[in-house]
Design a protein around this ligand. Structure first.
Ligand SMILES: C[S@@+](CC[C@H](N)C(=O)[O-])C[C@H]1O[C@@H](n2cnc3c(N)ncnc32)[C@H](O)[C@@H]1O
Length: 286
């Protein structure tokens, strides 16, 4: 694996823009990582910003990554297993988009391809060309974001996709589609679990839960808290991101959990003035 990775010039980066993506917070997340840990678990994977950072810094790191969004998980496995076919399919999207972007975008948005390659290239194509680069589905699981206005979107991004593919080919990275709770069965003493769930809303308008057709509800926050406590008693290292909300801050006992308030710039907001000046919480038990 090391050898494959050395041949690839580009450092692998998230290949989708994802609501709540952690790319800008990598320096602060990095400062908050424990010095040593066993397996790295990321059960709310999304765009996987911290995963790619960790794999770049320590390319033999054992990882177990998962998400409940089936299309997203299929995208990770297709990039890993079938990169050449995927790139050809994306190049075909690019050619068609260049001929008539609007008609082509909406025809792809309405389509429901069956093959793994086409499903994956559809997700990547829509993510690159839709408004704000946002993945959002309605209650029926249908992607519903309008066309974005880009002059020359980078639809194929071949170098990064190849780099991601190479790093995911490591037998030390397991990719699964599952609910976050399963992490409790797998994580052992000394492992690190990073939870970056859909955030608790701090206001009515801040409620983004369209990652899957099931929204993340208060009951899920309670489940998550219980799992954090159980992982803590198993001796796992737990790092958790969440909104700067009273409910979240009050749940974690200050005795064994450190709660840091950090400043963030939000990328995905249709109003650019609302993209700055927010705080969120970074909570850890080590
Ligand atoms: C805030 S995003 C993660 C962002 C990610 N850290 C990044 O850098 O892009 C939350 C993710 O949790 C997933 N999710 C929602 N409910 C879930 C559940 N019950 N179990 C596992 N994953 C879930 C969503 O599909 C979404 O990808």
């Amino acid at each position: 694996m090391r050898q494959i990775y050395r041949q690839i010039a580009t450092t692998p980066k998230p290949f989708v823009k994802w609501a709540g993506g952690k790319r800008q917070l990598i320096p602060i997340l990095n400062e908050n990582l424990p010095k040593s840990f066993g397996t790295y678990f990321e059960p709310f994977l999304g765009g996987g910003a911290l995963l790619f950072h960790i794999l770049t810094e320590r390319n033999a790191q054992k990882c177990s990554i998962s998400d409940l969004n089936t299309d997203l998980v299929l995208t990770y496995t297709t990039i890993r297993n079938r990169i050449d076919e995927l790139i050809s399919s994306l190049k075909s999207h690019e050619r068609n988009y260049q001929k008539d972007s609007k008609t082509y975008y909406y025809s792809v948005r309405e389509s429901n391809p069956r093959s793994e390659i086409e499903k994956t290239s559809r997700l990547l194509f829509l993510n690159r060309t839709c408004f704000n680069g946002l993945y959002r589905v309605n209650s029926k699981g249908k992607f519903n974001v309008p066309l974005g206005s880009y002059t020359n979107p980078n639809i194929v991004n071949e170098e990064n996709l190849r780099s991601v593919s190479a790093i995911l080919q490591s037998s030390r990275v397991a990719i699964k589609c599952r609910d976050f709770e399963s992490v409790l069965l797998d994580a052992k003493k000394g492992d690190l679990v990073y939870f970056d769930p859909p955030y608790q809303p701090v206001s009515e308008t801040a409620n983004f839960t369209g990652y899957t057709n099931k929204s993340f509800i208060y009951n899920d926050l309670n489940r998550l808290t219980e799992i954090c406590m159980k992982l803590d008693s198993k001796g796992c290292k737990v790092l958790l991101s969440n909104s700067d909300s009273k409910e979240v801050a009050e749940i974690f006992p200050k005795k064994s959990w450190k709660i840091n308030k950090i400043q963030v710039n939000r990328c995905i907001n249709s109003n650019s003035k609302k993209r700055t000046g927010h705080f969120e919480l970074l909570i850890k038990n080590y």
